[in-house]
Design a binder for this molecule. Structure first.
Ligand code: ADP
Ligand code: ZN
Length: 524
């Protein structure tokens, strides 16, 4: 349909009035034959950026997507709009694949979706050699990043597209925003000359809240009861076991919840996914295996019961809330054990020390977001290279935490840790340290004669909870370390010494601050 303008296609085929953000510029650029890298938040409207050029240009637009499970739905949705689309993947029979190839060769398709691993097949390459291709779209392009959370080795081979079919324009799309990822995409896909389009990553309708983990399940249930009764939501957990336990617990509370993780049988997974997409008000409890490519506009909350590994991951996962632009909540419960666990996971992971260092930096940035005294949204956007004002809609804006000078208290804690190590070659976890500081003569304190330490009972100015909050913040800031002994025992770090010597002060935040308080303020 060479006579139709992109705007005509938008209106007649997709039924929308106007382009959003960068869409029009991206589309014009690709129609003119240019390469593009498009960074747009989830829900920003990336699909139209390649679908419309594929319909306007002559030939088939080939879409590389890792989301095999969604291809069928994506293609059916396009077909229902009258777009000529097809897909090729391993779920099809040989005959089905042949038929789709033939339709493409006959010029009966505008869009053809396929998984990246198919490009390895000589058969696919020869098929492409015979095909009139209007463009290559590389969806979820951040999967090429080896340091990212969604790395797919097959993506590295996509450089073949530019090498073997150099005349075909390529458009790489992702919702991952960091400059590092952007450079990696350009380099690994041979897109150094491509024009880059970066949309704002702000999601103003999402209210970000991070609270201290005490009884996470109870906290989650009270969040749902107070603010999200009958709403669709996603609850992320780290392990399959906690996914199942959490889903079961929610069901017992009368909340319609379903589990989703890679260990469930395929049919159960897809049945749960369809129910979540189709029915109103289903809560999906899932590992991060769930969510990429899911287009459900009315997800009203995303909850994290475990700490994400990076701000990128957190942003992606929370970004699945409120795609319809209406108010939505991104809520997380986070505590000391999360830090210990993540640090231990990094320590025990494969990969060289450079890789571990990088994972450590990602985690530190995430922890900085958890412990900040500043606006969470502003900090997050800053991380993506975007300047903004405090949002007035996150917990730290609505209910600002009180800063306090924790230098002296930190010195007391650290000197206890150091004394135990130096004088007795012992290491203990937070519980025992706090008992010592509070001067509690527990059986364990007496057993180890810790009441004879000079720091015994010198910390009564703080409560147990306040000491715990402090240990967590010191761990997050790297002023206290987790020992490599596999137990959750604590030890000083390099940075601890500056505090002990009085060369460095420690600014901490008083943990606020109940969620109920934050919610109440918002309504006022
Ligand atoms: P992304 O892939 O960036 O997450 P999608 O391409 O799935 O986002 O688009 C998100 C939603 O916004 C879809 O429901 C889509 O139909 C809708 N959308 C995209 N562009 C427009 C537009 N110009 N006007 C109105 N709605 C749009
Ligand atoms: Zn804010």
């Amino acid at each position: 349909m060479p006579d139709l303008s992109p705007l005509d296609v938008l209106r007649t085929t997709f039924g929308y009035d106007e382009f959003r953000g960068d869409q029009a510029q991206v589309i014009d650029h690709v129609i003119a034959g240019g390469d593009a890298i498009v960074l747009m938040p989830t829900g920003g409207g990336k699909s139209l950026c390649y679908q419309i050029p594929a319909m306007v240009r002559t030939g088939v637009g080939v879409v590389i997507s890792p989301l095999i499970a969604l291809m069928h739905d994506q293609v059916s949705a396009l077909e229902s709009l009258g777009v000529r689309a097809g897909f090729l993947n391993s779920t099809q029979s040989y005959d089905e694949q042949r038929a789709t190839e033939q339709r493409a060769l006959n010029g009966e398709l505008d869009l053809l979706y396929l998984a990246p691993e198919r490009l390895d097949l000589p058969r696919t390459r020869e098929f492409f050699d015979r095909l009139a291709i209007s463009l290559f779209a590389i969806d979820e392009a951040h999967c090429v990043s080896q340091w990212g959370h969604d790395f797919r080795p097959e993506y590295l081979k996509l450089s073949v597209l530019g090498e073997r079919w150099p005349g075909v324009p390529r458009i790489a799309l992702t919702a991952t925003a960091t400059t590092a990822t952007r450079h990696e995409i350009a380099e690994r896909l041979g897109l150094q000359q491509a024009r880059t389009f970066v949309a704002s990553f702000d999601r103003p309708n999402i209210s970000y809240r991070i609270e201290t983990k005490q009884q996470p399940l109870k906290q989650l249930i009270s969040l749902i009861r107070a603010e999200h009764v009958g709403d669709a939501g996603i609850v992320y957990c780290l392990s399959r076991k906690s996914v199942e336990a959490t889903a079961a617990a929610l069901v017992r509370e009368g909340i319609e919840a379903l589990p989703y993780h890679a260990g469930l049988p395929g049919p159960v997974r897809s049945a749960n996914q369809s129910r979540f997409l189709r029915d109103d008000g289903v809560v999906m409890v899932a590992t991060i295996a769930f969510g990429m490519g899911i287009d459900k506009p009315d997800v009203r909350f995303v909850a994290h019961l475990d700490l994400p590994r990076s701000i990128e991951g957190y942003y992606q996962e929370t970004g699945r809330a409120g795609r319809d632009g209406l108010p939505a909540t991104a809520w997380m419960a986070y505590g000391m054990a999360d830090i210990v666990q993540q640090r231990q996971l990094i320590e025990g992971s494969d990969g060289d020390s450079a890789h571990k260092r990088l994972l450590g930096q990602h985690l530190d940035a995430m922890l900085g977001l958890c412990e900040t005294l500043r606006c969470r949204r502003q900090l997050m956007l800053e991380y993506f290279g975007e300047a903004s004002e405090p949002c007035g809609n996150c917990d730290t804006c609505l209910d600002p935490p009180t800063p306090w000078d924790g230098t002296v208290a930190t010195q007391k804690l650290l000197s206890t840790v150091v004394r135990l190590k130096r004088e007795r070659n012992q290491r203990f976890g937070a519980g025992q340290l706090i008992d010592i500081l509070l001067g509690r003569r527990t059986p364990r304190v007496e057993q180890w004669h810790h009441d004879q330490l000079s720091t015994f009972g010198i910390g009564t100015e703080l409560t147990d909870l306040q000491w715990r909050a402090m240990v967590r913040q010191l761990l997050a800031a790297g002023l206290l370390g987790v020992s490599a002994d596999g137990h959750q025992t604590l030890e000083p770090t390099q940075a601890s010494w500056a505090v002990l010597r009085g060369q460095r002060s420690v600014a901490l935040r008083h943990d606020a601050i109940t969620r109920a308080g934050a919610a109440k303020k918002r309504k006022d």
